[in-house]
Design a protein around this ligand. Structure first.
Ligand code: NAG
Ligand code: NAG
Length: 242
């Protein structure tokens, strides 16, 4: 089994090495349709990760911990552990802009995500903590802006993807559930009940905000992978006219 697996990896590796084209189809910088297709296909093909090229798995994508201040006024904090996100391999490009004068890119992708994790709900002002399960499903648009430059390796030009700024938008009302035990414990706690009206009036916005923190954290890995692949193939593997 181990031998079989490494044979498959080897076959994949040599295929990737011999033809950057199978991983990323080169496009004209003005052909947004081609670039969208090539990026979507790259994200899907590499969604299990490819350690040799420092490409990380994005489906499922695991975020070990993430702390979100859900509402400062209420003193409500969600401290997540082991967030498991599925759906990132099917990202649709909803916008792609490349400014070759300013050397900057805006990339927006849309995906339907399922999210599960452990959450520690903290009521900071009351110094109370409740643990349980968190599940959510939502459609999200992740957006990333980054600059780029070039470096030379073996007489060829390679893209260097600069630091990115990620933002997110949640489309429609997300579905969010917490585990039964957690819900029961909250229902049974007078402090939690006292905060409930303040939370309920803003529930949808607070849920979207929380999910956006998760999506933005996930997007760090998506862009990491684009940065990693740009380091492996010269610019001609991505663009026919840059
Ligand atoms: C993440 O969730 C997927 C889908 O439910 C599951 O197949 C996978 O085993 C999970 N991964 C981890 C590390 O929990
Ligand atoms: C509810 O609260 C009471 C008193 O604080 C406690 O005795 C009881 O175990 C709690 N029940 C649950 C399900 O947390």
């Amino acid at each position: 089994m181990a031998v079989y697996r490494s044979l498959i990896l080897l076959a994949f590796a040599s295929c990737v090495l011999s033809e950057g084209g199978t991983l990323f189809n080169p496009c004209s910088k003005n052909d947004i349709k081609c670039l969208s297709g090539a990026t979507e296909s790259f994200l899907e093909k590499t969604s299990n990760g490819f350690p040799d090229y420092k490409i990380k798995a994005i489906d499922p994508l695991i975020i070990p911990e993430l702390k979100v201040v859900v509402d400062e006024g209420l003193g409500l904090v969600f401290d997540f552990k082991n967030i498991n996100i599925t759906g990132l391999k099917k990202q649709q490009i909803s916008d792609f802009k490349m400014d070759t004068d300013k050397k900057s890119v805006v990339l927006k992708t849309k995906a339907v995500l399922n999210i599960v994790g452990d959450v520690k709900i903290e009521f900071a002002k009351q110094n109370k903590v409740f643990n349980g399960a968190y599940t959510a499903s939502t459609t999200a648009i992740g957006s990333s802006q980054y600059g780029y430059s070039f470096k030379k390796k073996d007489d060829k030009d390679y893209f260097v993807v600069g630091p990115e700024v990620n933002t997110c938008e949640i489309i429609g009302e997300p579905n969010v559930d917490i585990g039964d035990d957690l819900q029961k414990a909250l229902n049974n706690d007078s402090d939690a009940q006292a905060l409930k009206p303040g939370y309920e009036t803003n529930k949808v916005a607070l849920r979207k905000k929380t999910l956006c923190h998760i999506v933005e954290a996930a997007y760090v890995t998506v862009i990491h992978n684009i940065r990693a692949i740009a380091d492996i193939f010269p610019k001609e593997a991505f663009f026919t006219d840059i």
